[in-house]
Write a protein that binds this ligand. Structure first.
Ligand code: HEM
Length: 129
């Protein structure tokens, strides 16, 4: 491992999520942004809200400039062991899938009901073949 680079575990993040000690996890890398809170153009609240978890989606959703990506190098303190990071969720995809799936059990149920009903209506009918 390179000079002074540390490997943290995901659980370490929850110990660094307040105004006096604020870390961000973005794309597997850890940034100590305590000194940057006041200067962040998007405000300190969003950074505090993004700490203590994987902030990759929050960071990317804003569409930060190359300049912002350059700036963050100053705050880099190490990496998080990838095996300790909970699986990333694609919130948007999940929301839309959940919305479309909502009717699905009902739909399936109707098919099953139809099949069963059909069987009850015509008991002992000869096999379809
Ligand atoms: C080390 C990490 C970060 C750095 C260095 C950084 C830097 C910057 C910079 C330089 C800007 C000005 C616009 C630009 O150049 O893109 C900005 C805007 C902004 N950032 Fe960050 N940012 C960081 C993390 C985050 C995170 C985790 C969030 C969470 C949502 C966030 C939310 C925002 C928002 C909302 C704006 C304002 C966009 C606007 O009003 O135009 N930033 N940030």
């Amino acid at each position: 491992m390179g000079s002074g680079e540390k490997v943290f575990v995901y659980e370490d993040l929850v110990k660094h999520k307040d105004r006096n000690d604020c870390w961000l996890l973005i794309s597997g890398k850890v940034y100590n942004v305590t000194q940057f809170l006041e200067d962040h153009p998007g405000g300190d609240e969003v950074l505090l809200a993004a700490s203590g978890k994987d902030a990759t989606d929050d960071f990317e959703d804003v569409g930060h400039s190359d300049d912002a990506r350059e700036q963050m190098q100053k705050y880099y303190i190490g990496e998080v062991d990838a095996t300790t990071i909970p699986a990333r969720r694609t919130y948007k995809a999940q929301t839309s899938t959940a919305a479309t799936q909502q009717d699905e059990p009902g739909f399936l149920f109707k098919i099953i009901q139809f099949l069963l009903f059909d069987e009850t209506m015509y008991p002992g009918r000869p096999p379809a073949s």
